[in-house]
Design a protein around this ligand. Structure first.
Ligand code: NAD
Length: 441
């Protein structure tokens, strides 16, 4: 199959590279000339494990190429995927569909033969109808079918998720689109990934419902963690105790500093806006958004409490800045609100992150970035684990205790056990653990 991928961001690049690895001919398009030039040079614009090798392999095989010229990529394609951004619209939180609409218009002007247009971007219910309308208006004679194929990959594990998905959801209104998408995803039959065909609007809603549900699960356990701290229970045991129940499942039950990233915050907000427009309140999702928003800064206050309530003139070493490990993505990362809360109270911040520093420099001010966790902790008054990168999972805690000015570890991901930290000479505060005297103060 010949595939054009419009938008070469996280989703477009990973999807394009994986489709080419399936054996399809893929051209990835982006308006960002610097991004395309870098890709042509073999440089990845994002950090994603395994992506550089996958791209290099398929470029060398002649199945994957990059261009800024949308028309040449679309001409002759069997399927054109739209994978442009759908950020929160400034001011009202609706999904900003302007990139999708522009892409639809540009595709319509470039079609040279029959093609299936597939929206992979996360878009509100009814966007497929609008894409179809825009294209029909721009190219009344063109032969095309519009489908929805939301993407569920996780940054940091994107390639594996794409190649071994739990399911592929395809929303269609006609058999032609079904046939083309079946052929595109046929290689996944080997992995027995269910291909779930639905109507187009249903597929669009599945994506939002999935993200809202996962955000709810995280937020639920975070609130339970708060209760654990007060009643003297351990949230990790609670998670295990409920997660072993197959009806609940163990995933997304790790208490932490709140969800961030490029998807959950904007998608929950966009879902609420759709619900508001349709006058169907989604009160659970409303609460989730509010609770998560306030949690990030509250984690800054948690650090301040652990440090005795006054951080003015003190130095805090932050380990992990990205919203989760194995990505350089800083969008809506809890670290931003935590650092801001600490700076507002007069703390000096040092930070260490394996891949996120370049992105972090755009989001954070007055932060000293260090490549080594021990250099960050040297002379610090507290060490705070915000993102659980592997590099921070096997720290020499005794060494940390010796080089710090005040040996306090605030572990917002519960990477270490209170006992191992305390045995190493560190004062330990985790999330959802029976409260430590320092914190209760
Ligand atoms: N990042 C994720 O983990 C993830 C997961 C699932 C779904 N999604 C969804 O996928 C979509 C894309 O997300 P992303 O993170 O890849 O975004 P991104 O911002 O990383 O990439 C979007 C790219 O599209 C390009 N672009 C915009 N308009 C264009 C046009 N008309 N022609 C060519 N290129 C154009 C931009 O220059 C940019 O490089 C969003 O709707 C997002 O919600 C993202």
């Amino acid at each position: 199959m010949r595939i054009a991928m419009i938008g070469t961001g996280y989703v477009g690049l990973v999807s394009g590279a994986c489709f080419s690895d399936f054996g399809h001919d893929v051209v990835c398009v982006d308006k960002d000339a610097a991004k395309i030039a870098a890709l042509e040079d073999g440089k990845m614009p994002i950090y994603e494990p395994g992506l550089d090798a996958l791209v290099a392999h398929n470029v060398a095989g002649g199945r994957l190429s990059f261009t800024t010229d949308l028309a040449s990529a679309v001409a002759g394609a069997d399927a054109v995927f739209i994978a442009v951004g759908t950020p929160s619209r400034r001011g009202d939180g609706h999904a900003d569909l302007s990139y999708v609409h522009v892409a639809a218009e540009e595709i319509a002007g470039a079609l040279t033969g029959p093609a299936v247009i597939v929206t992979k971007s996360t878009v509100p219910v009814g966007t497929g109808d609008e894409v179809e309308r825009i294209m029909r208006e721009a190219a009344p004679q063109a032969e095309f079918w519009v489908a929805s194929n939301p993407e569920f990959l996780r940054e940091g594990a994107a390639i594996d998720d794409f190649k071994r998905p739990d399911r592929v959801v395809v929303g269609i209104e006609d058999d032609r689109a079904r046939d083309v998408l079946e052929r595109i995803y046929r290689p996944l039959n080997l992995n027995r990934a269910p291909l779930l065909f639905t109507r187009r609007r249903t597929a669009e809603l599945i994506k939002y419902a999935a993200n809202a549900f996962l955000a709810t699960k995280i937020t639920f356990i975070n609130e339970i963690a708060d209760l654990c701290e007060i009643v003297g229970a351990d949230v990790q045991d609670v998670s295990r105790g409920i997660g072993l129940d197959n009806r609940i499942g163990p995933k997304f039950l790790h208490a932490g500093p709140g969800y961030g990233g490029s998807c959950f915050p904007k998608d929950t907000l966009a879902l609420l806006k759709t619900a508001e427009d349709e006058q169907v309140p989604l009160r659970i999702v409303e609460s989730v958004v509010k609770v998560n928003d306030s949690r990030k800064r509250a984690m800054g206050r948690k650090v301040i409490r652990a440090m005795g309530g006054d951080v003015r003139g003190k130095t805090v070493a932050i380990l992990g800045l990205t919203f989760k490990p194995n990505t350089d993505d800083m969008r809506e990362a809890p670290s931003i609100a935590i650092i801001q809360a600490l700076q507002d109270e007069g703390a000096t911040i040092r930070a260490c992150d394996p891949e996120g520093v370049e992105q972090a420099k755009r989001e954070l001010q007055d932060v000293e970035f260090l490549a080594d966790p021990y250099a960050a902790a040297d002379g610090a008054d507290a060490l705070v684990i915000v993102t659980e990168w592997d590099q921070f999972r096997a720290l020499d805690l005794s060494r940390m205790a010796k080089i710090m000015n005040a040996p306090i570890l605030v572990d917002l991901r519960n990477v270490y056990s209170p006992d191992e930290a305390r045995n190493a000479g560190l004062d330990y505060v985790g999330v959802g653990m029976p409260q430590h005297p320092a914190e209760a103060a």
